[in-house]
Design a protein around this ligand. Structure first.
Ligand SMILES: Cc1cc2nc3c(=O)[nH]c(=O)nc-3n(C[C@H](O)[C@H](O)[C@H](O)COP(=O)(O)OP(=O)(O)OC[C@H]3O[C@@H](n4cnc5c(N)ncnc54)[C@H](O)[C@@H]3O)c2cc1C
Length: 343
């Protein structure tokens, strides 16, 4: 009896987490490291495994990177199948289901990236648990804070369901640098996932067609230290080239409001906001952006916000650290002229 009780208590202390890993060019994406950082707050005795899928040399390289990237990672699980090379929700959700059956994880976590937002809720439905999405703070192991109403309110949620507790996190709230350091730093073991019972042939109703991406030397919007964003005030696609020049000088990424995207000034992958990207750079410069709540939802966690708008009552000034009531067509050329060349 006493032994059973002790055994149960011991089991309660054993926590295991599966992180859904994303990789590119043989390296883990920074958003995956953020998910690892979040997973490290689930408890001290937490065994963290990273799941990587795909095939070929990139997968092997990414597995080596994951194994040596941080001592909090206990294990790297590699699922080698062509169908997993692309972020299709159906095969990935089936894979998560398979791993949960084998590993009985306490938590399954991923970044709130397009991949995570696509895969995790589907896998949660298959596992019959309710996912907790867009988490920005882990207050206790099963207590999460997440924004609601376009970031205007924060909601604290306690998970009381069965294992696994499935979570997506906003990577801007869990910087990889906050992963606790450990004394040991030997590489984690890499294991192949047994896919003998996994359907490697079909992606369900989805089919991968192609990836279209723009070749650019600029930093990625999601990870950039500086972002210069243009709104409808820029007035045309041609005028956005001014922002490009400024971004070039600052080594910044270019962002846009939905109004600017809808007016076809720029492609929609530049959109920042509730229905675009969530960013939190060191410096966010907004030109001709009114500051609608849906836009603020995507950038209000930026460290320093600078706004240039000719309307002194524009709501963007309420969140700006530095505001300039001025015409952007005078300010941007002056900035370009006076800023030193990027070395
Ligand atoms: C469900 C939903 C989701 C949404 N999701 C998003 C989202 O993800 N991201 C997003 O951005 N929006 C989103 N929106 C749209 C949002 O409500 C606003 O319409 C949009 O953000 C406005 O964009 P804007 O600031 O560029 O344009 P406007 O509101 O038209 O503001 C333009 C600003 O430019 C200023 N300006 C004009 N000329 C100059 C000049 N020469 N110099 C200086 N300033 C100038 C004006 O004073 C004005 O403040 C969403 C809306 C809905 C309903």
């Amino acid at each position: 009896m006493t032994q059973n009780l002790m055994c149960e208590r011991h089991l309660e202390l054993v926590i295991s987490t599966l992180v859904l890993g994303e990789h590119e060019g043989g390296f883990l994406k920074p958003s995956t490291l953020s998910a690892v950082s979040a997973a490290s707050s689930f408890g001290k005795d937490n065994s963290i495994s990273i799941l990587l899928g795909g095939s070929g040399s990139d997968l092997k390289k990414a597995a080596l990177h994951a194994a040596s990237t941080h001592p909090v990672i206990s294990q790297v699980l590699v699922a080698d199948a062509n169908i997993l090379m692309h972020p299709l929700a159906e095969p990935w959700a089936d894979l998560v289901h398979l791993l949960q059956k084998k590993g009985a994880y306490s938590y399954i976590i991923s970044a709130s990236s397009s991949f995570g937002k696509n895969v995790l809720p589907r896998a949660a439905a298959i596992l019959d648990v309710s996912p907790i999405t867009d988490v920005i703070e882990i207050s206790e192991p099963y207590l999460f804070v997440r924004p609601i109403y376009a970031g205007n309110a924060l909601c604290t949620v306690r998970y009381t369901g069965l294992d696994p507790c499935m979570v997506t996190i906003r990577s801007t709230s869990f910087p990889p640098s906050s992963i606790p350091t450990a004394v040991e730093s030997s590489a984690a073991p890499i294991s192949q996932v047994d896919l003998s019972t996994f359907n490697k042939e079909t992606g369900g109703k989805s089919r991968w067609l192609k990836l279209t991406s723009q070749e650019t030397d600029r930093p990625d919007l999601g990870n950039a230290r500086i972002i210069v964003t243009g709104g409808r005030g820029l007035k045309s696609a041609e005028n956005f080239k001014l922002l490009d020049k400024l971004a070039e000088k600052l080594g910044a990424a270019v962002g846009a409001t939905r109004a600017a995207v809808d007016a076809n000034f720029v492609p929609n992958d530049l959109q920042v906001g509730q229905t675009g990207k969530i960013v939190a750079p060191e410096l966010y410069m907004a030109f001709g952006v009114s500051g609608a709540i849906q836009h603020l939802a995507g950038m209000r966690d930026s460290k320093v916000i600078v706004a240039v708008n000719k309307d002194p009552d524009a709501p963007i000034f309420q969140v700006a650290d530095y505001g300039l009531v001025a015409d952007l067509f005078e300010v941007i050329p002056e900035l370009i002229e006076k800023l030193p060349e990027k070395k």
